[in-house]
Design a protein. Structure first.
Length: 289
């Protein structure tokens, strides 16, 4: 019986020694790996791009929309138009009103120049002089108002066209030709080509290791068929939030969601057509740089 107990104890000692040795090796490997990677910070984020919703500055009926979802647009390109018949008529009327007001103002000014000096010789009564002066000033003001109305009508005619505010891609076609829209109502949503950045979050212990302008490498999950490597992009840290926040709820781990992190933006320098809104990325930051 005693031999069996001693044998059992020896076995337990051997097992304990083996477990201890395994833990020591594991801890050594983890520490070694940490030391090797302590000069590089790895973060994970998603690509974000600015979007703009464009619309007409005047109400009317849409007569044309030249772009579909997914089409590219160039800055200044006409992408939609309204029925401009009434606006053209308004402009023609405004031009006629300017000519009429100009003629009336010119006549009033000539009368003042012709008869005004007569007041100095008491040929005209003071009341008649005041009337001449008042008519000159009033007709001049009417002319300036007509010119302003003409400029307004000209602008409103130009507002019957939507020009792309920047280079980009149509992501949403909100309306269709024939729709009656009000001023400011959305017609297209455009995803701009630039700037493009990655939104990521850094923990408080690593916050002191990064700074504005630090160069980083951004990797996507897509393998480039030409190189058989992950597509890589160069970028730099352009924004670091001064306020801590809880990890976004998109992180499914309850423990991680309870951690306080700081939001950063990594602006990508060499943008190409393979980057997409919301694309997941891996950010590699060389802390020695």
């Amino acid at each position: 019986m005693k031999k069996e107990v001693v044998l059992f104890q020896n076995i337990n000692v051997k097992i304990a020694c083996a477990v201890t040795a395994t833990l020591i090796i594991l801890v050594y490997c983890l520490v070694s790996q940490y030391k090797e990677n302590s000069s590089e910070l790895t973060l994970y984020g998603n690509v974000e791009i600015r979007q703009v919703t464009v619309g007409f500055q005047v109400p009317g009926k849409i007569v044309s929309m030249s772009k579909e979802e997914g089409d590219t647009v160039s800055k200044g390109e006409v992408i939609a138009t309204l029925d401009d018949t009434d606006y053209k008529n308004s402009l023609e009327k405004a031009k006629a009103d300017v000519k009429k007001a100009e003629a009336i103002s010119r006549e009033a000014n000539l009368k003042y120049e012709r008869n005004g000096p007569l007041c100095l010789n008491n040929v005209l009564a003071k009341q008649d002089y005041d009337t001449l002066l008042s008519n000159r000033d009033r007709t001049k003001a009417d002319y300036l108002a007509a010119v302003a109305a003409e400029n307004l009508a000209k602008n409103q005619l130009e507002y019957t066209e939507i020009h792309a505010p920047d280079d980009g891609i149509i992501t949403t076609r909100i309306q269709e030709p024939g729709s009656i829209v009000v001023a400011g109502q959305g017609i297209y949503t455009i995803c701009k080509n630039r700037p493009m950045w990655v939104r990521a979050y850094v923990s408080e212990p690593n916050l002191g290791n990064i700074k504005y302008g630090m160069k980083v490498k951004v990797l996507t999950d897509t393998v480039d068929p030409k190189t058989n490597k992950l597509r890589a992009y160069e970028g730099q840290i352009g924004y670091i939030s001064p306020v801590a926040e809880f990890t976004p709820k998109t992180v499914q781990s309850t423990e991680q969601r309870a951690n306080l992190v700081y939001r950063i933006r990594v602006y990508i320098d060499n943008i190409d057509e393979f980057l997409r809104q919301g694309m997941p990325t891996t950010i590699k930051i060389d802390l020695k740089s």
